[in-house]
Design a protein around this ligand. Structure first.
Ligand code: ADQ
Length: 750
């Protein structure tokens, strides 16, 4: 049955039944009204006729003709059928012409009283009003007033007709209004479900019924809560039972994402082709946690990794579509290289990303520099990458993993071209508070760009909360801290915490010698005597890492505890980074100068308190340094996570060594057994260094064991896996709701 008839047919039947019941009732009522009306008229006529009749009747010889003339006068103008007068003996003594025979006088014994009677005759009903007439207080007879009631029948038939017409009219109007409301409600419902499917209105109402009647909302809420509960339950069960490794990622791809297309966008590529001086092309793999985490995903799904082609031989190794298959030993996925001119790289990467957004997001007291031309480059490069994503996408709804602050605008740009894509953006650095972020001249654009994402990830809940506050402050968006989501411009973004980690077991650990050998080798290489204890710091040479504060803490230790002079050296391995930026050049100079000053002050022949190794080391060498250390100090002034802390823990399979960790790192929220310090507080950090150097081996073991357990369990595969599972959950929910909406639509059309 068509949708609208479902409302109209029962309505019409109900109204017909009511009309059927109402018409006889109306008929009876109108008849009674007329009878009462005629009674009143009869009484009035009788009252008027009382005196003249009494007078006429009191004459000794009543002249019949006078009585009848009087009767005729009464009948004029009134709808009276006949008049008669009965004497007390019950005999009709005077009657007008046509006075019906059937009308009888009251009996002689009846008490004189006014009354009415309806007589049903063959040619219609008659109303008879009998009214006693008195002369000087004595009843002398009864006046009979007969009204023809056939007009009542005619009027009753008319009334029936009008009642039926009225009901038909009401039925029509109600049906039209019902159909109209049903149509509007239905459209609203469909729009609501559609909005839900796009994920937009999760925040507006549970099922996103922004244009829908509120009655449907509880159903929507229940449906959504059910889907969410089932997902959460399965999710929690799966996550706790999973052994997180590359195989777990492959299983998620196979089972949950079932061959969905996956793309990664990052500034850095997972493999660079570099031309050596001897003209041989070499493949380099940047030591980055991100590559470690995402490569198994790419290998398993044969996806596409889009990145800036920065290697000197990158152009020589791609095909005509700028693709190169990797990994070289067993090609299973492709890199799509994006070429940037020197000017573009300067503006987008060094300029806006690293001189603007990087210091903006890190509270390290280095002022950001914002230049309009850099911003233009940033926008253009983001647009270039968006074009490439669209160009590479083989499906309408790929999963796109956007990495880091280089691509804040990209999610929105992709969303505009591929509205059904699942875009997961991960922000690897901190998110500042709204005041700090507010100085960015293009803050709304950056937030808008990021909110094109389906899921936006940060390392800590603190950064998520800062992001919520910032959006709340600067955009007209709906922020829901209960469901951790933001609704903006018709798009819903879930904001989630995904603490990044390292692979477990780390590949670099497989090639390590025993700890004692590592210590010996490092000492030999760096010229540190066997009886000198070793502290290490491993970082990119970046002002956010607190390297100056770290060296100053060593100096303070040597001042406060002179017994460590000659007995403690701090090795600072620092990989040069972003060296074309002035701030980084200054830092390099400052670090070298400070180390030199401390070494001059406390150094002696054969002993340097600070040993600088400012160069890039391969991962095996970094792990060797970790294993040689008595303590590792991570002193970041602000850090999204900090993988060095986790690498140090992972490297110590001997369960020895102490981690000193800045409270301003994301890692400090997970590695509670580290010595958590404020890197700005030199007294405190010097004291912690002393504590670390004197910590009994059992305590070191207990702390290290607990941290190792945590890093093992919360490794980088879990980080990537949780994002993929959330993407799968989101896609699954959309499909379920699409099916529900489709089912409802089909049911309505039947
Ligand atoms: P980074 O700022 O680069 O990362 P971090 O997490 O510490 O900081 O990672 C540094 C990596 O570089 C480590 O893997 C380390 O081994 C390596 N490294 C450091 N010094 C090196 C050297 N001299 N030679 C060779 N390798 C060296 C950003 C954010 C972090 C976040 C990561 C991952 O700033 O907060 O943890 O992304 O999301």
């Amino acid at each position: 049955m068509p949708f609208s008839l479902r409302f109209v047919v029962p309505l019409a039947l109900a109204l017909a039944a009511i009309a059927y019941a109402v018409v006889p009732l109306v008929d009876r009522l109108t008849f009674q009204w007329f009878v009462r009306d005629l009674d009143a008229r009869g009484a009035l006529i009788a009252q008027t006729a009382q005196e003249p009749l009494a007078e006429l009747m009191s004459e000794p010889r009543v002249a019949k003709t006078r009585v009848l003339r009087y009767f005729d006068r009464i009948m004029q103008g009134e709808r009276i059928y006949g008049l008669g007068f009965c004497d007390r003996a019950g005999k009709l003594v005077y009657a007008t012409n046509h006075f019906p025979q059937a009308v009888r006088c009251p009996g002689a014994n009846e008490r004189p009283q006014a009354r009415s009677l309806v007589l049903q005759l063959s040619d219609g009903p008659l109303h008879i009003w009998t009214n006693p007439i008195a002369a000087e207080g004595t009843a002398i007879g009864d006046l009979l007033i007969v009204h023809d009631m056939s007009f009542v029948e005619r009027r009753s038939a008319d009334t029936k007709k009008y009642v039926l017409i009225l009901f038909a009219g009401i039925a029509l109007v109600v049906a039209l209004i019902t159909m109209l409301i049903a149509e509007i409600s239905w459209r609203g419902w469909v729009a609501g479900v559609k909005a839900l499917l796009s994920g937009e209105t999760l925040l507006r109402s549970p099922l996103g019924l922004k244009a829908t009647s509120p009655e449907l909302r509880p159903i929507a809420r229940d449906l959504q809560a059910l889907v969410r509960d089932l997902e959460a339950e399965r999710h929690a069960r799966d996550e706790s039972q999973t052994v997180w490794g590359p195989e777990a990622l492959r299983r998620i791809l196979r089972q949950d994402l079932k061959g969905d297309e996956i793309m990664i966008v990052s500034n850095r590529e997972p493999y660079l082709h570099v031309r050596r001086k001897d003209n041989v092309i070499e493949i380099q793999r940047p030591a980055s946690g991100l590559v470690t985490a995402l490569e198994p995903v790419m290998r398993a799904c044969s996806g596409t990794w889009i990145a800036h082609g920065a290697g000197s031989a990158d152009r020589d190794t791609v095909d005509e579509n700028d693709h190169v298959m990797v990994p070289p030993e067993r090609p299973s996925y492709r890199i799509r290289r994006v070429w940037l001119s020197e000017e573009e790289e300067k503006g987008y990467y060094f300029g806006f990303a690293n001189e603007g957004l990087w210091p903006l997001c890190h509270i390290a007291h280095t002022r950001p520099t914002f230049r309009a031309p850099d911003w233009e480059h940033y926008k253009n490069v983001n647009q270039r990458f968006a074009d490439v994503v669209v160009d590479e996408a083989r499906t309408e709804d790929p999963i796109v993993l956007v990495q880091d602050y280089h691509f804040a605008l990209l999610p929105r740009m992709i969303r505009e071209r591929l509205p059904r894509a699942t875009i997961i953006t991960f922000w690897h650095i901190p998110w500042p508070n709204p005041e700090a972020f507010g100085i960015l001249p293009w803050r709304e654009e950056i937030l808008d760009g990021m909110l094109g994402s389906s899921i936006l990830g940060f390392h800590t809940q603190f950064h998520c909360n800062n992001f919520f506050d910032t959006v709340d402050r600067y955009l007209e968006a709906r922020v829901d801290r209960e469901t951790f989501s933001i609704s903006f411009g018709g798009n819903l973004t879930e904001v989630r915490r995904y603490p990044i980690s390292i692979e477990w077991p780390p590949a670099a650990l497989q090639v390590q010698l025993p700890v004692a050998d590592c210590r010996r080798q490092v000492r030999e290489r760096l010229g540190i005597a066997p009886d000198v204890r070793i502290g290490v710091g491993v970082d990119r040479l970046d002002y956010t890492k607190g390297i100056l504060e770290r060296l100053a803490a060593v100096e303070r230790l040597l001042e406060l505890e002179p017994r460590w002079v000659g007995k403690f050296s701090f090795v600072q391995a620092a990989a040069p980074s972003r060296a074309s930026i002035e701030e980084y050049q200054n830092l390099d100079a400052k670090v070298r100068a400070l180390a030199e000053r401390i070494n001059k002050r406390f150094g002696r022949p054969g002993y340097l308190p600070i040993v600088l190794a400012i160069e890039h080391h391969d991962a095996a060498r970094v792990y060797e340094i970790y294993r040689a250390a008595d303590l590792c100090y991570v002193s970041s002034l602000h850090d999204g996570m900090n993988l060095v802390a986790k690498e140090f823990v992972a490297s110590r399979d001997d369960e020895q060594g102490v981690l000193m960790l800045s409270q301003f790192t994301g890692a400090a929220r997970e590695l509670a057994e580290a010595l958590i310090v404020n890197p700005y507080d030199l007294e405190q950090t010097a004291a912690a260094m002393h504590l670390a150097l004197t910590m009994p081996p059992e305590e070191q073991r207990a702390r290290m064991r607990s941290m190792r357990h945590l890093v093992q369990e919360f490794n980088v595969y879990r980080w990537a896996g949780r994002m993929l599972v959330d993407a799968a959950r989101m896609r699954h929910r959309k499909r379920v709701l699409a099916r529900v909406a489709g089912g409802a639509r089909r049911a309505a059309a039947q």
